[in-house]
Design a protein around this ligand. Structure first.
Ligand SMILES: CC(C)(COP(=O)(O)OP(=O)(O)OC[C@H]1O[C@@H](n2cnc3c(N)ncnc32)[C@H](O)[C@@H]1OP(=O)(O)O)[C@@H](O)C(=O)NCCC(=O)NCCS
Length: 351
């Protein structure tokens, strides 16, 4: 009988380079409060957000993903044709199919790399790292690109008060490849679908189809004419802020601690802590619960980026390394959490 060939594995993996795409437009709290009953002071105190970055109408999720990916490839010193997998984490690519990643791979010249999207909201980037780590570790691919890219502004209702004021747009990317020494700790991840309704879209595309069928049955009336507001037609984000806040503060610090334990390190060994940029108060509370020492640099990109979901951790990482290049080679704990509810955390060596 012939002997089955199995791939040679790579013992260790690492993050080789980080890239970012930040849209130029800034939306201030002053602008936000034109639309909702709120104040600059309330938003700053309760969330830490001063401005958020948002893309213009002509810029797509794929455009931003491409900008971040090119930057990451350059910083990693890898050419697109060396990529075996292109993974895009997003919840705002406006097509259920085809994927953003297939188009991105083509634009980069990475074809025929495997390409797929991950839908894990604000945990999407850390899910992508788990996947890329496993793919490279197993020898299935030599290099993988992971991008978190979001144009959340396409899915907000400006007059909505539970989440719209938090959200921003952007993209961050990393290249994962083989390493001589350990560069990515074990991922601690999971989900809690019992809180499926805590954060997400107001309604599904099937609801829109029902409405258009109803309009047709009504003698061809336009869908708009049977709706009171545009927001009834177009799905937008909303959340039960307190449920998400409590879950994030109580449960996610435990997940972050498990990621430290799995990596065999403690908070005192970290150079940086890069949590999902959801709310400055959540970040502060996690720092407290984990006992992160003062000399550890904590990512606080949320102040002028807002919550960019899957893009938030790689964007924050990119900024941290630009502002503190001495962190390179140090350990960073990263944790993403959000709609699903889903979560993922791991310790990495910063490139
Ligand atoms: C959304 C969030 C900032 C709201 O803050 P909060 O402190 O929980 O606010 P609450 O819902 O308890 O409301 C407190 C008060 O603020 C008011 N309020 C709520 N939203 C407001 C807004 N956007 N502007 C001004 N006031 C607001 C409420 O009406 C309430 O007023 P009252 O005390 O007079 O009744 C907070 O819950 C949060 O950040 N949650 C987690 C969000 C998150 O991370 N989501 C993404 C996960 S990936």
């Amino acid at each position: 009988m012939a002997t089955l060939q199995q791939r040679k594995t790579n013992e260790f993996t690492k993050v080789m380079g980080v890239g970012a795409y930040r849209p130029e437009k800034r939306v201030s709290n002053e602008e936000i409060i034109q639309w909702i009953d709120s104040s600059d002071e309330w938003i700053r105190q309760r969330t830490g957000i001063v401005t958020r970055q948002r893309a213009d109408a002509d810029t797509s999720v794929i455009d931003m993903a491409e900008g971040a990916a090119r930057n990451a490839l350059e910083n990693a010193g890898i050419s697109a044709d060396q990529l075996g997998a292109v993974i895009v984490s997003t919840v705002s690519h406006p097509f259920a199919t085809p994927s953003a990643s297939a188009k991105l791979a083509d634009r980069l010249g990475a074809t025929p790399a495997a390409a797929y999207d991950i839908s894990a909201a604000c945990a999407g980037y850390c899910y992508g790292i788990a996947q890329a780590d496993a793919l490279v570790h197993s020898g299935q691919v030599e290099y993988a690109l992971v991008v978190g890219a979001e144009k959340l502004s396409d899915f907000i209702d400006n007059h909505e008060r539970t989440i719209s004021f938090l959200l921003g747009d952007g993209a961050g990317a990393v290249v994962i490849g083989p390493s001589d020494t350990p560069g990515i700790g074990p991922t601690v991840w999971g989900s809690d679908g019992s809180k499926y309704d805590a954060i997400g879209m107001t309604h599904s595309l099937l609801d829109i189809r029902e409405l258009s069928l109803a309009a047709q049955a009504d003698g061809g009336a336009s869908v708009g004419s049977i709706l009171e507001t545009e927001a009834q037609l177009w799905p937008t984000m909303r959340q039960d802020g307190q449920t998400v806040f409590r879950w994030a503060v109580w449960e996610m610090a435990k997940v972050a601690q498990r990621a430290l334990d799995a990596a065999g390190v403690s908070a005192a060994d970290l150079a940086a802590f890069i949590p999902h940029q959801a709310n400055m108060r959540i970040i502060d509370e996690m720092v407290k619960q984990l006992g992160v020492p003062e000399n550890v640099v904590v990512a606080r990109d949320i102040a002028d980026s807002g919550n960019t979901s899957a893009a938030s951790i790689p964007l924050a990482t990119h900024r941290l390394l630009q502002e503190n290049p001495e962190l390179s080679g140090g350990l960073a704990l990263q944790i993403g959490f959000g709609a699903g509810l889903v979560f993922a955390a791991q310790v990495i060596v910063l490139p």
